[in-house]
Ligand binder design. Structure first.
Ligand code: DX5
Ligand code: ZN
Length: 218
């Protein structure tokens, strides 16, 4: 049932990761969004494979793993083994994107492609039929808690048009600066999956915020 809600564990209390995952288990979240940053593709380092595996050990929701790393093809199998159900790689990090997508699928995972704010929607035209998810970055990747970029609305519309034109089954996920104020408008222009980190985890009642997002209608 849409919208699908994917809280980003990046904004959680890492000293209480099990408790945070259990909160998400009890919530209306559909996925746990897992942000992997390598300090090269993005100017920040988050965590890697062992922590993803630890999250998976406690998670009752599927892991939506967002690889903000160079050469992601080297680590696909490791993240799949660590429990990733969906693996998104960045368009900007993959010179052989088609091959990388095929590899993700051959591991039995769903394949996503993430695009930075400056990357035009149209660049997905030759790949949109092959993927399960487009992760539209609505901030420059690297940090939680940034301001939503307004150009994202029109970009979502262009991606939606592309999906319809190519008869693709890809879902549109919005990642960065999502909150209860902009979410209704994101859904109106075609978003299917909402990632939210700081808006969920910085609230006094994260479970209630997730429920409120889940109750929004497309
Ligand atoms: C940004 C990450 C996002 C981030 C979202 O590089 O990809 O998933 O955790 O956090 P908020 O919702 O705080 O912008
Ligand atoms: Zn992300």
């Amino acid at each position: 049932m849409f919208p699908l809600i994917a809280p980003s564990i990046l904004a959680a209390d890492f000293a209480n990761l099990q408790k945070e995952v259990e909160m998400l288990n009890a919530s209306d979240a559909d996925y746990i969004h897992v942000d992997i940053m390598d300090g090269v593709f993005v100017p920040n380092i988050s965590f890697g494979i062992p922590v993803t595996e630890a999250i998976h050990r406690h998670a009752k929701k599927p892991l939506d793993v967002h690889l903000m790393i160079t050469q992601p093809e080297k680590y696909l199998e490791a993240f799949r083994k660590a429990g990733a159900e969906t693996i998104s790689v960045h368009y900007e990090a993959c010179p052989h994107l088609h091959r990388t997508i095929q590899e993700i699928k051959s591991l039995g995972a769903k394949a996503g492609v993430a695009i930075n704010p400056h990357t035009p929607a149209e660049l997905l035209s030759e790949i949109i039929e092959d993927i399960d998810l487009v992760c539209v970055m609505s901030v420059n990747p690297g940090f939680g808690g940034q301001k939503f970029i307004e150009n994202t609305y029109s970009k979502i519309s262009r991606i939606k048009d592309l999906i319809l034109a190519k008869n693709s089954k890809a879902l549109i996920e919005i990642d960065g600066g999502v909150n209860l104020q902009n979410a209704p408008f994101l859904l109106e222009v075609g978003a299917d999956v909402l990632v939210a980190g700081s808006f969920v985890f910085n609230s006094t009642d994260p479970e209630a915020v997730i429920s409120q997002m889940k109750k929004l209608r497309k």
